[in-house]
Write a protein that binds this ligand. Structure first.
Ligand code: FPP
Length: 255
């Protein structure tokens, strides 16, 4: 059986770690990884795609249920045309080539973003993959492609505005829950944890609405080098976080 990437063997870490149900990952640093090796940026993206496979395998085995990864933002169109074209091609190749391995791992693939604005070939692959993987139960891999957090919030507002226009909703009745319910994938839980490798300290328009109470885990490792040990360390650190959601710690609230 062909397993997903075999760079690092998975051994379930039984130490004090906490596995989030829903995890977000900003796959940053491919360009720097390639430049350090005197390779073209596209080689970095390719290595990043390989590593995404590895991440899926490790997350699936740890028991993550929803893994949302940032693969192409609404702002990435401003990159050189050649890089954009190569990323589109890589996306098509990734989905097609790795579907059998993801199937072995029980991974359902879904997509979030302004999908309607993507090239025809990309849309076609998305449609096929969503259909052929829809019954897989172990984990959902959600690829954010042509995704922007602000655009997603606008999308939700536009859907709600339609109801107001139809006379079925009063503006004063709009709730936070309604905005959540009208996002691209309303059934996907907000990420408890967001991992950002490569040292940048920003959210870059990723899951803006959904990250309101996400915990962040940042590392200097460049995305193609981010491996099993890094993921395990992120889950260990996550276990130590005190998630108060604006309230008090459990221990303090008992006083
Ligand atoms: C940001 O790093 C990364 C991207 C814009 C692309 C991420 C894409 C992949 C990991 C490829 C796999 C995904 C699919 C499914 C196609 P960067 O290139 O901006 O890195 P830099 O900041 O070092 O230049």
């Amino acid at each position: 059986m062909a397993l997903l990437g075999k760079k690092q063997e998975f051994t379930y870490d039984t130490g004090d770690l906490k596995v989030p149900v829903s995890l977000g990952v900003i796959m940053d640093g491919n360009g720097r990884w390639a430049t350090k090796r005197h390779l073209p940026r596209s080689a970095g993206h390719r290595a990043g795609a390989e590593n995404l496979k590895e991440l899926c395998r490790n997350c699936g085995r740890y028991g993550v249920k929803y893994l949302t990864v940032y693969a192409f933002s609404t702002e990435n169109w401003s990159r050189p045309q050649d890089e954009v074209e190569k990323l589109m091609k890589l996306f098509v190749e990734f989905v097609d080539r790795y579907d059998p391995e993801l199937k072995e791992e029980g991974v359902r693939m879904r997509f979030t973003g302004d999908i309607a604005a993507l090239p025809e070939k990309v849309k076609e692959v998305i449609k096929i993959e969503e259909e052929r993987s829809k019954d897989r139960q172990k984990m959902q891999l959600i690829i954010a492609f042509n995704y922007g957090g602000r655009r997603e919030i606008v999308y939700s507002c536009q859907k709600i505005a339609e109801q107001i226009k139809a006379g079925t909703l009063e503006p004063s009745d709009i709730t936070e829950q309604m905005i959540s319910d009208n996002l691209y994938l309303p059934d996907v839980p907000d990420p408890e944890l967001i991992i950002r490798p490569s040292g940048e300290l920003r959210i870059s328009n990723f899951l803006l609405w959904e990250c309101a109470y996400s915990e962040f885990w940042i590392s200097d490792v460049l995305w193609p080098d981010f491996g099993y040990e890094d993921l395990t360390q992120a889950f260990r650190d996550y276990a130590l976080r005190d998630r108060r959601f604006g309230g008090l710690s459990k221990k303090d609230s008992k006083k």
